[in-house]
Design a protein around this ligand. Structure first.
Ligand code: GUN
Length: 314
């Protein structure tokens, strides 16, 4: 029997259906949660992500505002924008798409967001709330990973969980969430000695280092649950041949579409060795936007004094 595929699109649809009910109730009480998405510059991946976030916000019947500014925008201009969004009653969530252009002090901008409107969960106040187990807004991708595990009945309590990657946006917060769910957690990274041997201890292995197909079979404990956070676009036949053992299918895809998406996990190895895994695309990715929607609804409830219940397993 092959490994079980953890279908992120299906779980996203479940969450969106639950949110739709909550949004209906909020609207009946006169509250329409609002999200402002800020995009600076012309990074093509960021443009796709923001378009998708705005589309989902509108489809759920939330108030949506897209603010697009040129790549030459200064830190001061963004701080001024954030101050105005912080002050607006109808805006519950503020999302500043990353990365910001190099002349912008991204930390200062993120720290200027009202923590109650920080739907990305990246403000130091929300990080502090997360670490100390207080209610708050939790980063979207880590929250989505927990939703996938819980809704797929993968046991976390008592499991050995290994997180490869230590970013502020994914590696560190997902490790904290797994810990709060009673896993025994190891965080490792590119400097870890014998990385494969450490990864192989994980009943749950989270790959979040941003390097195409670098988690190979030797990293995976047989039967483990493997969560692949990576999104990497291969654009040359050489890359495809280097990564795939059997490149015929992906080479055809490259020819037809101009690129092939792979995660941080080698896709053939994971099918062979894992017990369950998230595919790329269609695994973790869809959950990130679903949890952004959940955080926007949660922010609206918290700010406007109705009880929070959406998408919180922290
Ligand atoms: N860039 C890549 N992923 C994300 C995300 O989840 N939020 C924001 N704001 N920017 C990103």
């Amino acid at each position: 029997m092959g490994a079980r595929v953890l279908d992120g699109n299906k779980i996203r649809d479940q969450i969106k259906a639950e949110l739709a009910g909550q949004i209906r109730d909020l609207k009946a009480a006169g509250v329409t949660p609002g999200l402002a998405a800020v995009l600076v510059g012309e990074n093509p991946a960021s443009q796709i992500y923001v378009r998708s976030k705005v589309k989902t916000t509108e489809a759920l019947g939330l108030y949506s505002e897209k603010i697009e500014w040129p790549a030459t925008t200064s830190t001061e201009q963004l701080l001024d924008l954030i101050a105005r969004l912080n002050a607006r009653e109808e805006i519950d969530g503020i999302l500043v798409q990353l990365p910001l252009p190099p002349q912008v002090d991204a930390k200062r901008v993120l720290e200027a967001i009202d923590p109650g409107k920080d739907v990305d969960g990246l403000h130091p106040v929300n990080i502090g709330n997360l670490v100390s187990g207080r209610p708050g807004l939790v980063p979207c991708t880590p929250a989505g990973i927990i939703e996938i595990l819980v809704r797929s009945s993968i046991p976390i309590n008592g499991a050995r969980a290994v997180v490869v990657g230590r970013s502020d946006m994914v590696g560190k917060p997902v490790a904290i969430l797994l810990l709060h769910n009673h896993a025994t957690v190891t965080i490792c990274h590119s400097k870890t000695r014998d990385l494969a041997a450490v990864a192989r201890e994980g009943d749950i292995l989270v790959a979040a280092m941003g390097k195409a197909a670098s988690v190979t079979g030797e990293f995976i404990k047989p039967g483990a649950t493997v969560i692949d956070v990576g999104i990497n676009r291969l654009t040359t036949p050489e890359e495809v041949r280097r990564i795939f053992h059997d490149p015929a299918g992906p080479l055809g895809e490259l020819e037809a579409k101009g690129s092939v998406l792979v995660g941080d996990v080698q896709p053939e190895d994971v099918r062979e060795k894992a017990g369950a895994y998230t595919p790329v695309p269609g695994g973790v990715g869809p959950l990130t936007i679903a949890m952004l929607m959940a955080n926007t609804v949660k922010a609206a409830r918290l700010r406007r004094g109705t009880r929070a219940s959406a998408g919180s397993r922290s």
